[in-house]
Design a protein around this ligand. Sequence first.
Ligand code: SF4
Ligand code: SF4
Length: 492
Amino acid sequence: MKPSVTGNTDGWARSLYTEEESYRDTLGTLTAEGKRRWLYVKQTVGRYTTARTILAGFLLLFLFGMPWLRINGRPLLLFNVLERRFILFGQIFWPQDFHLFVLGFLVTLLLIAVFTMVFGRLFCGWICPQTIFMEFVFRKIEFWLEGDAMAQRSLNMAPWNAKKIFRKGTKHFLFFGFALLIGNTFLAYIIGTEGVLELIRDTPAAHPGSFAAMMAFSGAFYLVFSQFREQVCIVACPYGRLQSVLLDNDSLVVAYDYTRGESRSKLRKGEDRATLGLGDCISCNQCVMVCPTGIDIRNGTQLECVNCTACIDACDGIMDKIEKPRGLIRYASKTGLETGQGFKFKPRTIAYSSVMFGLAGLLGFLLFSRHDIEATVLRLPGTMYQQQGPDHLTNIYKFELVNKTFEDKPIQLALMSPSAGTLRLSNNQPLVKVLPESVFEGLIIIDLPRSAVQGSHTPIHIGIYQNGQLLDEIKTSFMGPVSHLGKPNKVK
Ligand code: SF4
Ligand code: SF4
């Protein structure tokens, strides 16, 4: 069969194809008629599966436990987009900190790009919540109730009877239970655990909107993990699509060592495979049977591969049995397989990494130097200068103080320059008390002697103090009269 150049591989094993190559033009999860081919995935055991199970346990504990952790009675993490209130590791962030989120988002994007270039889809296989939930929660329930792949297939094809109804019913009941748990946990990251507990304690009629949203989210999670499954990674996830442009010959991916495995053929008793020119792959198909996206890794790197390592463990098990070295399928790059060389940093990786570390450093600096009090002072819209006797002018300003902490903040505003001027609050109080996590708005009046006024825009500096300590300095301008010669008018 003549190899086709279309399809979903990067072509690195093209010249070696001797078998059926229809995989290039088809999806492993579609039948010839275009219908969904349900995957019955075989259970795996092995060192990678063990390591991933341990990591998944920690990640699940982190995800479900984090909303319940508190620092001084406040959540450790909160992303309340409804009230625009965000708490990251005890630090409260406001919409005024939006630039930090944008910068954080850029750093994350670059991190993903660099990480994918170097380590391929490692994130998908080890950390992605979709994989963790699917493989370590929902698929585990399925294995427990319905058995391994063959048993699941038999149960699906069997006529409905009490045993099948019980197993399927229990499975979907548990699936929906976990979907509810996931839905409520994500909700807890938005409205806090107190909000979720209130929703649970009250009747649905007391919070119809929230109840509908929670059921919709839980229903979506249930459908994803009971029906849509691997299709999320194959057709829906944008990160999977990004791979095509990020991976190159030096990226570390789960790879079949075709130089060692080919030519593949079934193992026959007593044969001397080396003499016959045969490779180590014995065409047992175990690597295909354990693949959660239904592909054959021997066809090369494919878009569907989530780097879950199941095929590595399956193949290592076979290699152990036939007494060959492990690693016929392993983490490797195309260059590494061809040349036997180890990992090397390339100019593209170094350039992306430098930009990423630069932005991360800037983000760290901005986070570190972030003020507890965010102050804004603007001249009151629609107002001009006011004359105060023959020698003084005043301007009125509106100020806003955002307290980003969980404590009261007694704040004093004072005019730093010009030194000849004065500043007073419109209520003549010396201080304002800004309550925790709140915004204080008020008016200030600045009085300048005419001698200090430099035309229409006199630069002024206002200090924001707490207990005599300068927290921030605001620069703005004072409006005064201007003569046609560019000098202040005389006020009569
Ligand atoms: S598990 Fe290993 S030996 Fe078996 S088909 Fe896959 S690559 Fe070949
Ligand atoms: S090819 Fe291997 S690593 Fe990739 S998804 Fe399938 S089993 Fe996982």
